[in-house]
Design a protein around this ligand. Sequence first.
Ligand code: NDP
Length: 300
Amino acid sequence: MSEKPTKHTKVLIIGSGPAGYTAAVYAARAMLKPMLVAGMQPGGQLTITTDVENYPGFADVIQGPWLMEQMREQARAVGTDLIEDHIQSVNLKSKPFEAIGDGGQKYTADSIIISTGAQARWLNIDSEEKFKGFGVSAVVGGGNAAVEEAMFLTKFASKVQLIHRRNELRAEKLLQKKLMENKKIEIIWDSVVEEVIGDDEPKNVKGLKIKNVKTNETSELKIDGLFIAIGHDPATALFKDQLEMDNTGYLITKSDSTETNIPGVYAAGDVKDKIYRQAVTAAGMGCMAALEAEKFLASN
Ligand code: NDP
């Protein structure tokens, strides 16, 4: 089999969420001809969201997948080379930097913008693994995602139970208010899921064993299904031992900058941000990263 010719770019953008596409728009408009490798889930987390009500510029509710399509088309229109591939390894010690795609395609780049985002967390109990992808009706978590999911499910379920490990939600106040007003939702406070109960053939979720963390009492809930919305972990495995990360795996960048510990390598969006994690903040960081890459390339 003949080897595919190496693709070289001045700016390689890894990841296709709001941070990646915004970086692409800015880099392309700076005539840097960026290459954006989309990854496993093109468009990122917003492609699995429905209503988006807080992305500025849209007075009417828009849909996450639509917003990402628009970002992609904008990036393409201004001259980004959009590539459907998934980077499986990088070498940030070489100059130019190197990256290899799943099919063996080699990329070299004078600068890299990392916008690989974050991926959904699981509870990490055995029975959860067994029933992944089946059934409906209890939601675990206390953040925006869990609250939105619980409200969405009331369109289909007669009752939705939201199970949260503390006695206070993390979700924004407006969402909490809507949740409390929804008569179909019951909140089960201070509780964690210990076991998912169900049938093997056909695979079917029937209940949950939950424990109250304050009293240590366990109880069983009858449910038809389970949704886990307990946050995300940054997608940084690719950069282990090459870039500085904090103890939870988020990339560390210089203060007021997206520059990592390697000059020419930038990180933007959820891959480096565990505080704000909004589409608009990710987009803002993508813009910063492109401007910083442009300056770096001009002076090197
Ligand atoms: P968050 O990190 O905001 O919330 C995660 C929730 O899961 C927390 O309540 C946390 O509990 C709980 N949790 C974490 N780990 C476990 C565990 N192992 N077992 C049980 N519970 C656990 O994540 P989200 O996915 O909700 O949101 C991510 C980001 O995306 C946020 O910044 C959010 O604002 C944003 N977002 C915005 C939306 C919007 O604006 N419309 C919609 C969806 C997400 P604890 O509170 O105790 O830490």
